[in-house]
Design a protein around this ligand. Sequence first.
Ligand code: ZN
Length: 287
Amino acid sequence: MPELPEVENVGRALSAGLTGRRLTALSVQWPGVFEPSAAAARKALVGRTLVGLHRHGKYLIARFESDDAAVPSSFLMIHLRMTGQFLSQDSLGDDYAPDRHVHVTFDFDGRLVHFRDVRKFGRLTLVEHATEPAALSHVGPDMMTVKTNDWLDRVRHRAAPFKSVLLDQGVAAGLGNIYADESLFLAGVHPLAKPRDLDEAVLREVLRRAKQVLRLAINHGGTTFLDFRNFHGQPGNFRRKLRVYGRGGEPCRDCGTVIERMVIGGRSSSWCPRCQPAPVARRKRRA
Ligand SMILES: [Zn+2]
């Protein structure tokens, strides 16, 4: 499932390839991908120019403008969910023929971009604002840009396992299973530890490490699992950098202890029992 780094890379590729280009046609194979409707999307977007892309957590919001300055901008919010991907026809070559999983083809004045989604959970939604649409009112601040004190206020009283708190998009948006596991490993925090039992210095370290691992993954083009592909049909290459995610039963790269794996809040979690001691060993110090 694409997380913040993968979505950031998709956004950068779309932005680099399409900014300043006019959407001249929209070919829709499966209208269900659009909210509220494909007809509304066609009316709002065709004939307009893509002028910018904004990312918030795992969402991208594209801004389209009309030549007529009196016409308000249109905004298309993109959520890839499990398997959504954008493919550039130019990068794939003339031999590429869209398969039955391609639901929409955007024609940016001759440059074709396909939205492909095997699981069909991805959505393209018309929204009213680029940075604060009502559709995102339930989503917390972006994990890369959240202010430390804001984030500390959002987590310090939480009694849920830290892993679940990191995955809660209402707390902060962007971390998914991969980078939540990696952040906790780098901070030396057990996934079942409760934020309210931890010292503030430890909480700060989790945030610092989360931002660090996200930045690193962005720079490596994201991690490839299942159907994540970037705009040019290439997989990301962060996978070999992973310390614990997907490595249950393998030795820790730091200490050699076998990485453990369990399900927390319905999500598979991996950690090193030595580098990330059990919560009882990390009881908060009383002043
Ligand atoms: Zn270890």
